[in-house]
Design a protein around this ligand. Structure first.
Ligand code: KG4
Ligand code: ZN
Length: 345
């Protein structure tokens, strides 16, 4: 329940710079995106096979003011029209986060606007409020990103309990490592997704790990090792691997692990909505399987459009709105928190 009933429209200028996208957006009342500007650094980092933190920070410094101005222009508004400033303060790369946090603090201070620090992963969850105007808590949420794999029970806006998480690698991390091992390079997830469409997902029977006594926890390190062993074994034997079959089978094992737990948890917790969030939620096989299994089990499935799955500032604006309505305000001492845990504020 919202603690403060808003009588006037709330316009949030949101800023996101936790990794390799410099992004700013204007969001009205948490759900309506008036602009969503993303300046991606992917081409730059591709040269190095992954995100180089120092380069990311420098690029954010170069781009941040232009991106913020572009977001305001696209919305046809100025800073004087804003109600509050929302910004990602963690988790992420410390130098990258600091650029967004500093810009947000400077604007908020100069314009005497409230400042709302947002947890990046909570932002990913809130991307669904933009994508699905009618979606409201409670629901079960499967968070699958580069650094997180969590199952959470979203009881209300900004209020949730963690019911499962990965014991080792995050799903996105597993995608990225396997992509590198088979020579698909960076960014791994989308490349595996594309190549897997050409392969047979049942060609190789990779393991589906279960964590003893924790039915909703995940473990992907065994699957990652099994995939790498398969590649090394083939190389030792001088055998060619069928790359599409290999990545399709790997992807299938990840998708199985994610979807089976999400559906089982929704049933146990008595909710009929399963929501997916984070970069890996853009995966086409995962989206298809979640929809199919939810339908079979009388559940409704939700996920954002691919552009709202990857890092963007509109999702931060949505999260900031619900925090703002609850009266959450950050101080001028707001700092970047690179290891901010889910559930920590
Ligand atoms: O949510 P995100 O920006 O990461 C964090 O906030 O931590 O997502 C990035 C992750 C990367 O690991 C990337 O490879 C993965 O999402 N990803 C995908 C796809 N698109 C992005 N993984 C699988 N299939 C995709 N289509
Ligand atoms: Zn992210």
């Amino acid at each position: 329940m919202m603690e403060e009933k808003q009588t006037k429209d709330v316009f949030i200028l949101a800023i996101e710079s936790s990794c390799d996208e410099t992004a700013a957006a204007v969001v009205k009342n948490g759900r309506e995106v008036l602009s969503n500007v993303i300046s991606s650094q992917i081409d730059l980092h591709t040269l190095y096979g992954g995100v180089v933190p120092e380069i990311a920070s420098r690029k954010h410094v170069e781009k941040i003011n232009q991106v913020i101005q572009a977001a305001l222009d696209e919305a046809g508004m100025t800073l004087d029209d804003m109600t509050a400033i929302g910004v990602t303060y963690g988790p992420g790369l410390v130098g990258a986060l600091l650029v967004g946090v500093s810009a947000a603090k400077a604007i908020a201070y100069a314009k005497k606007l409230p400042l709302v620090g947002v947890h990046h992963i909570e932002g990913h969850v809130c991307a669904n409020f933009i994508a699905h105007p009618d979606l409201e808590p409670p629901f079960l949420c499967l968070i699958v990103s580069g650094g997180h794999t969590h199952l959470v029970m979203m009881e209300d806006y900004g209020e949730f309990s963690i019911i499962g998480k990965t014991r080792d690698d995050a799903a996105g991390e597993a995608f990225d490592k396997v992509a590198r091992a088979v020579g698909l390079g960076y960014p791994g997830g989308p490349k595996v997704d594309k190549e897997a469409k050409l392969g047979n997902p049942n060609a190789i029977a990779f393991p589906r790990a279960h964590v003893e006594g924790a039915p909703y926890d995940f473990s992907f390190s065994g699957l990652k090792s099994a995939t790498l062993n398969y590649i090394n074994h083939a190389a030792m034997m001088g055998q060619e691997i069928n790359r599409p079959d290999l990545v399709a089978s790997f992807q299938n094992a990840v998708v199985d692990a994610l979807v089976s737990r999400a559906v089982a948890a929704a049933k146990e917790y008595g909710v009929d909505k399963v929501v997916m969030a984070g970069g890996v939620a853009a995966n086409s096989a995962l989206r298809a399987k979640l929809s199919e299994e939810c339908e079979k089990n009388g559940l409704k499935s939700y996920y954002p459009s691919p552009i709202l799955c990857t890092d963007n500032a509109a999702m931060i604006g949505a999260a900031a709105y619900y925090e703002y309505c609850k009266g959450v305000r950050s101080g001028w001492d707001l700092n970047a928190v690179p290891n901010l845990k889910l559930g920590e504020r």
